[in-house]
Structure formats: structure tokens, C-alpha cells
Design a binder for this molecule. Structure first.
Ligand code: GTP
Ligand code: MG
Length: 261
């Protein structure tokens, strides 16, 4: 006979099944993190499509915009943190103490991330995943922002992570994803030492989504993808530095395969 597991010993202890029935299930809280660097055109077009009650907290993480992005965001009631150090991962590190959600949802307001997918990403996280990615290449999804070089790079990086780290991804690079905030610490993404060498070698400052994908796969975390088209950028300028960032991420994938537990 299967006995119910007991959660507490001693007098009055209840079977776990009784407690599960009695307590409300704790819902993960979600912080929407919106990095911006001179994205006024995209912000005006995209942010009104996000219903504020979809998430528990919205933070605009600005890299020092001079085009009115910061002023527009504040005038529209958004909380804005302006980073003091340059670089996107440096900005992530700075804003960490301000993030109240259990789940972090990173979103690009330049037109590349479709706002209406936010509830789907959150619903999937509530199924118990550690990370859910809005993949530009799953099923019929496609990127309308890719040129031949970024399309090839995204394919190559995804294949590399799958081969080296045992992933099953269709998109390891995209910023548009939700993940448990705790992963940042568990996977040591916040530690400078894992980014400094490639940044120095290739003279740039990188983000941490590719390394997050690789390490989550290596640790066999619960990962899901949903299909998410990538529409073209609206206004502003591309910040991506294809060769330098690409070389840095590739360096990280191979070093992790050799060194990271
Ligand atoms: N706070 C902050 N935001 C940044 C920085 N660099 C880029 N961003 C923003 O991050 C968001 C995502 O940028 P990406 O989509 O990765 O880069 P991109 O320049 O749009 O390049 P493509 O999407 O490949 O065309 C955009 O809203 C950028 O403005 C930075 O150093 N600091
Ligand atoms: Mg973009």
C-alpha cells in the first residue's frame, strides 16, 4: 500500500496530500525587464501593447538614451533605471537588486519582441519550467530581422550549444525569454570572471543570454520554447556588433565545454 508522505513529525502531523489541498498554490511573480538604448520610436509603438497587469513589475533598463526614451518612459508611469556602467550585462547586474519577481522576462522594445506573447511565456513558466524561450525558429516561426549573416550565426550558435552542451534548442541567442531569477546565481551569470576574457580579447561588452542557454542545457534544467516571430526593428539603430559579439559567445561556448562543471 502507498502511504502519503508526512511533512512534519509529531502530534498533529498531516499527510502531504491534505496540505496540498488546503494551501493555495504559490504563483511565481514576474518582472518584465525592458533594456533600452535610444529606442524612442519602438517604445512609443510597442509599450502601449503591453497590459501592465500581465506582470507584477516593469523595469525600463536604460543605457543612457539621449533621444527622449527615458523622459517618455517616466512620463508614462514606468520605473526607469539608468545604468551607470556601459554594457548590457553590466546593466543586468546593476538592476538585479531592484528586481522583485521570481521570474525575469527580458523583452526588446525595438519591435523585435511581439508583446502579445508575454502571457504565453508566463503561462508556460507556470507549468514549472526553469526557462521558456520565444524561439524565432521553432515550427513556423521566423525572423524578419535576420539577414543572411545573422541567420547563419544564430543557426551555428544553436547547433554548437546543442552539440557541446546537450541542448535541444532551436534558438539559443534571443533576448525574448523568461527564466527563474535564481538561475543567474546558480549558473554564475553575474560573475565577471566568465565574461571578462572574451570581452577583453574581442574589445566589446556582451550580454548573457547565450551563456544562460548553454549552462541551462548543461545542468539539464527544465527548458521549453514557444514559437515567436521576430518582426523587423522599428526605428533606432542596431546595437549588435556581429563579429565581436559572435566571437565572444563562441569563445564562451567552447571554454564552458572544457571548464565549466
Ligand atoms: N540598457 C541597455 N540597453 C541596451 C544596450 N545595448 C542594447 N540595448 C537594448 O537592448 C534591446 C535589445 O537589443 P538587441 O535586439 O539585442 O540588439 P539590436 O541592436 O536590436 O540588434 P538586432 O536585434 O540584432 O537588430 C534594445 O532595446 C536595445 O536598445 C545597453 O548597453 N544597455
Ligand atoms: Mg533588436
Amino acid at each position: 500500500m502507498n502511504a502519503s508522505p508526512i511533512l512534519a513529525s509529531g502530534e498533529g502531523a498531516l499527510p502531504a496530500s491534505a496540505l496540498t489541498n488546503a494551501l493555495p498554490v504559490k504563483r511565481n511573480t514576474v518582472t518584465l525587464l525592458v533594456p533600452t538604448l535610444n529606442e524612442i520610436v519602438g517604445m512609443k509603438a510597442i509599450m502601449p501593447r503591453i497590459q501592465r497587469d500581465w506582470v507584477d513589475q516593469i523595469i525600463i533598463l536604460d543605457g543612457g538614451s539621449t533621444d527622449g526614451t527615458i523622459e517618455w518612459a517616466r512620463a508614462n508611469g514606468y520605473f526607469v533605471h539608468v545604468q551607470s556602467q556601459p554594457g548590457i550585462r553590466q546593466a543586468y547586474n546593476e538592476v538585479l537588486p531592484l528586481i522583485s519577481g521570481d521570474v525575469l522576462l527580458t523583452f526588446s522594445p525595438d519591435g523585435n519582441s511581439i508583446p502579445e506573447l508575454i502571457p504565453q511565456l508566463i503561462a508556460k513558466m507556470h507549468e514549472g519550467y526553469d526557462m521558456v524561450i520565444a524561439s524565432r525558429y521553432l515550427h513556423s516561426a521566423r525572423s524578419h530581422d535576420d539577414d543572411w549573416l545573422t541567420a547563419f550565426g544564430n543557426w551555428l550558435f544553436t547547433r554548437t550549444v546543442n552539440l557541446l552542451h546537450g541542448g535541444h534548442y532551436t534558438d539559443v541567442m534571443v533576448i525574448y525569454r523568461a527564466y527563474r531569477k535564481q538561475l543567474i546565481y546558480d549558473l554564475e551569470l553575474h560573475r565577471d570572471c566568465w565574461h571578462r576574457t572574451p570581452e577583453r580579447l574581442f574589445g566589446c561588452r556582451i550580454s548573457w543570454e547565450p551563456l544562460l542557454s548553454a549552462r541551462a542545457a548543461r545542468r539539464r534544467l527544465r527548458i521549453a520554447e514557444i514559437p515567436g516571430d521576430e518582426p523587423p526593428r522599428i526605428g533606432g539603430e542596431r546595437k549588435l556588433r556581429i563579429w565581436r559579439w559572435g566571437a565572444s559567445y563562441y569563445f564562451q561556448f567552447w571554454r564552458d565545454a572544457l571548464l565549466w562543471r
